[in-house]
Design a protein around this ligand. Structure first.
Ligand SMILES: [Zn+2]
Length: 424
């Protein structure tokens, strides 16, 4: 059985990735959770695909168990913190929760385990997210999307025979999420070049060294899963999602808060991120392709504080983004002398930054082909966005976090409008 080597000092202590890895589950549970009774959490689908078999294997190995918690398959369970609280209430104090499922089930159990201060085991059923090995769960808390702090799984089991039966759309979503490390990496380079957030070399390597190779073939399940898993460790080690996410994720968060759906079906994280990748890579190309002289001459005059307040209010007028964003956005905007200094600093770094972004980026038209090849959406209409919503989302993404990205660079230099005009 193939055990994957893990970095030290992360919560995840064991990771089995193999054909028939499921068979190893009882052994992993006995070794890493001695004396605990297994309590499986699945939904109707993942129970059928893997949960039932995990239960049978554990019984055959003589493990004690609590009755499994099987959430309905339809409507699909939502990553809602209230549901994690409910699960936590059902967990026995001496159990080991075993999350059998993909992103949502894993996040629900991750948060529930933290509430109950239990370590848990994840049995992954699709290569759809990088969250399996990440700390923190992406949850709706009282209607607002948040990353709830909670430890990553202590044990992770990924059975290739099960992963390969996952719906095509889930693999495509995982592929798009992995691709986001290209643009996310370029954003970190920008923050590093400007001295705002230095790159942590070992963590950078974990995500970036094999990235292009892992993206080379969208049907290579193993590379896809390993690439996503490596991103998760990087987030655990950095205690933040910076190594895994840049402006493309911020765009996806805005659209998520608008409850994007097509025919009543919610759009997966990866699909929203993929559309974000295509937009953000083009904005990064705008920087690569614009000389510092041209950038200086195109730069729009900075706004006064009153004008910025009005701009922020206009972008947030849909009122679904939470009450804290407007203050955060205003706080991070430099004004007057601070803005003049910031612009000077950015233009001083413009040329070395162009070189570094160019080295990191895959051309946006190649990224588009790669997504298409993976059967992921490549047009914003495919994920239910109108043109207005698409462009609004990109501008609003600049407001919602303190993480410095290409959007901040373009906003601060008065080039954001100009750069957005180049999007195809
Ligand atoms: Zn992601």
């Amino acid at each position: 059985m193939r055990y994957i080597a893990l970095p030290e000092n992360i919560e995840t202590k064991v990771f089995v990735l193999d054909s028939n890895a499921l068979n190893e589950t009882p052994k992993v549970l006995q070794k890493y959770f001695p004396g605990r009774k297994v309590q499986i959490v699945a939904d109707g689908n993942t129970w059928r695909v893997a949960g039932e078999k995990v239960q049978a294997l554990c019984r055959a190995a003589g493990l004690q168990e609590y009755a499994p918690i099987i959430l309905p398959a339809e409507p699909k369970p939502h990553p809602d913190y209230a549901l994690s609280q409910l699960l936590a209430e059902k967990f026995a104090g001496d159990c080991v929760p075993a999350a059998v499922g993909s992103g949502v089930i894993n996040d629900l159990v991750k948060c529930a385990s933290e509430i109950k201060k239990l370590r848990y085991c994840c049995v992954a059923t699709a290569p759809s997210v990088d969250g399996y090995t990440a700390s923190g769960g992406a949850m709706a808390v009282a209607g607002q999307k948040k990353t709830v702090p909670c430890p990553a799984p202590y044990a992770l089991i990924a059975d290739r025979n099960i992963l390969k039966t996952a719906p095509r759309a889930m693999m495509a979503a995982g592929y798009a999420d992995l691709m986001s490390k290209i643009t996310g990496g370029a954003d970190w380079i920008i923050a590093d070049e400007l001295g705002i957030e230095p790159i942590d070399k070992p963590i950078w390597s974990l995500v970036q060294d094999d990235l292009q190779d892992n993206l080379a073939d969208p049907d290579n399940l193993e590379k896809l899963f390993l690439g996503l898993a490596a991103t998760g460790y990087a987030m655990q080690m950095y205690h933040d999602s910076r190594p895994a996410s840049g402006a493309e994720h911020l765009c996806s968060h805005v659209w998520e808060m608008e409850h994007l759906a097509v025919n009543g079906e919610e759009i997966s994280h990866g699909f929203k991120v993929g559309i974000g990748v295509l937009a953000i890579s083009q904005l990064q190309e705008f920087v690569i392709n614009t000389s510092v002289e041209a950038a200086r001459s195109m730069a729009k005059a900075p706004l006064s504080k009153a004008e910025r307040i009005a701009e922020i209010a206009e972008l947030l007028k849909k009122d679904c983004y939470g009450s804290t964003i407007a203050g955060l956005a205003l706080n991070k905007t430099p004004f007057n002398e601070a803005m003049t200094e910031r612009r000077k600093m950015i233009f001083n770094h413009w040329e070395p930054m162009q070189e570094r972004i160019k080295k990191q980026l895959i051309p946006s038209n190649t990224l588009r082909k790669m997504l298409k090849n993976a059967q992921a959406p490549t047009q914003y209409e495919e994920i239910g966005l109108t043109a207005e919503q698409y462009f609004h989302g990109i501008k609003t993404a600049q407001l919602i976090r303190n993480r410095y990205t290409i959007l901040d660079l373009l906003y601060e230099t008065g080039l954001l409008e100009e750069a957005i005009k180049t999007l195809v």
